[in-house]
Design a protein around this ligand. Sequence first.
Ligand code: PLP
Length: 373
Amino acid sequence: MKTPAYVYDAKSIINILDTINSIKQDTNFLFLYSIKSSSNFGLLEMIKPHVDGFSCSSMFELQLAKEVLDSNQITHITTPGFNRDEFDKIINLTDFISFNSLTQLTQYSKKIKPTSSFGLRINPQLSFVSDQRFDPCRSFSKLGIPLSHFKKKMECDKIDWSVIDGIHIHNNCESINFNEMKQTANKVMSVFKENDVSLKWINLGGGYLIDNRNDVSVLKETIKWLQDDYNVDVYFEPGKAITGESGYLIASVIDLFQHEDENIAVLDTSINHLPEVFEYQYRPKVMNSFSISKYKYHITGCSCLSGDLFGEYSFQEPLKLGSQIIFENIGAYMQVKANMFNGINLPAAYLLDKNSNFKLLKEYDYNYFRSRL
Ligand SMILES: Cc1ncc(COP(=O)(O)O)c(C=O)c1O
């Protein structure tokens, strides 16, 4: 296997999908994978048999989802960015669509198709995320119709509820606390109850991490309560939970030298292959590294940007030219955002299959670089 390479561990992804599907057995909710987090074609093919459908955030994602899914599987879409020119195609493709604002609802409700179900994205105005950049309920948020608008009965009455079947909520990020989901659903549904609005479905969004180490009893309780008390179909559309921990970036050391008595190791990759490292000043985990150990290095990318730095990492053995550095927990929101800045080729993508074979999913080359320019 050449480096740099993104590697997705199939066994670990299937384990998570099985864990979610075991919750499904008890509660019968509908499970969508949010493809924005990692939409490599080979990954989608692998995830497809384990889900009821995909959730999408643009026309291209929707086209991709439809290409991969079987005809009995479903798609949901919501976005603050419906483009007038794309809307007819979107409405023809999607099964469920949630409008992000009342302006969108007014603009597009005449285009209703009997084949798709309409919903509204509600902003529950309940924040659990301390970093505003990840908080859908941040101040002046563009994401969803503020719940307080529905509290004013007048506002609620202005909506033609005969065209709306459901609501969509997404207000968390990497949470493992399903009490936050329960609290959110409770806050939102009580307002709809007060206004005598009945719904056919609720989409609880993503933003939660699920694996067999987390307690999911409150998730089950919340789904059952929504089904029993409100008679709605419940959808859940996690992204990062499915692929985040199962993804690795493997890179090689291509240069080693000292600067001001510190060791510098240059890799054959760049932070542009893990863009959230720079965007959010996030420190990726490196396999077999320690916070304090004998051999300390500034691990850097190979682009011209001086801030192309992964951070300081220490190892028990000295690095050599050709040593491999393995970044962990990078399976979501990394490959989908990666770019070819400086003309540096993108890492190839591999699936580590259940027999421990590396299967090539995607490789990039000069023509790919050139065609984007
Ligand atoms: C509407 C919506 N649904 C689902 C997701 C997936 O979230 P996560 O990957 O955190 O589970 C996102 C992420 O931004 C989102 O905006």
